[in-house]
Design a protein around this ligand. Structure first.
Ligand code: ADP
Ligand code: ZN
Length: 208
């Protein structure tokens, strides 16, 4: 399967991707995770991306498209990909179509995890991540329920940045919903429920 996960920040893309990976083993490619790793390593990409990320703005299309072009060169992508956080602009979506056409691996679906903005603000401000395994939890998790690792809050999960990320989503990313509807690839699931219930719809929507 080659799928794109669409939805506002905090809609649950990473959580659903983790469930898909666990069951199907398809590589999960999260541009946010790749960029955060680059920032941590202080690589050239990380140094360029950090300011945009801390403000909740988009990293320039050229950087992201180059990054993804490189990622698609890795052999693991041949068995399919779950794209999370890419594409985020129409320019990126068009670039993705070109890349997939070149690789002769057409996209199967764009799955929109639909959640209202008010729900998102609460979710993101209480979101915590595991330093060791990347598990996505909440402020109620004193340590990681999966591996016991230390939980931390992402630098961009504060209210001011979250509000900007939601504005950026509405302006730059939500047009992709119509883009994928127009090519008959859009599948919509209600994301405002327990992750396990959402996952049932995700699989049904993808025909898995
Ligand atoms: P979320 O979906 O929770 O907002 P991500 O982890 O996907 O967060 O991304 C974090 C940040 O990384 C974004 O706010 C943005 O600055 C940058 N980023 C990630 N993916 C892209 C992309 N495809 N295009 C531009 N910027 C991106
Ligand atoms: Zn963990």
């Amino acid at each position: 399967m080659n799928i794109v996960l669409l939805g506002a920040p905090g809609a649950g893309k990473g959580t659903q991707a983790a469930l898909l990976v666990e069951e199907f083993g398809t590589p999960h490619i999260s541009t946010g995770d790749i960029l955060r790793a680059a920032v941590k390593e202080q690589s050239e990409l990380g140094l360029k991306a950090k300011g945009y990320m801390d403000a909740g703005n988009l990293v320039p299309d050229e950087l992201i498209i180059d990054l993804m072009r490189e990622r698609f060169q890795q052999p693991d992508t041949a068995k399919g990909v779950i794209l999370d956080g890419f594409p985020r602009t129409t320019t990126q979506a068009v670039a993705l179509d070109t890349m997939m056409a070149e690789l002769e691996r057409p996209l199967d679906a764009a799955l929109l995890i639909d959640v209202e903005p008010e729900v998102i603000i609460n979710r993101l401000c209480s979101r915590r991540m595991c330093k060791e395994c990347g598990y996505i939890g909440t402020a109620a998790d004193a340590s990681c329920p999966k591996c016991g690792g230390e939980m931390y809050q992402r630098d961009d999960d504060n209210e001011a940045t979250v509000r900007n990320r939601l504005d950026v989503y509405a302006t730059s990313t939500s047009p992709l919903i119509d883009y994928y509807r127009g090519c008959n690839k859009l599948v919509v699931v209600d994301g405002d429920r327990d992750p396990k219930e959402v996952y049932v719809d995700v699989k049904a929507g993808l025909g898995l």
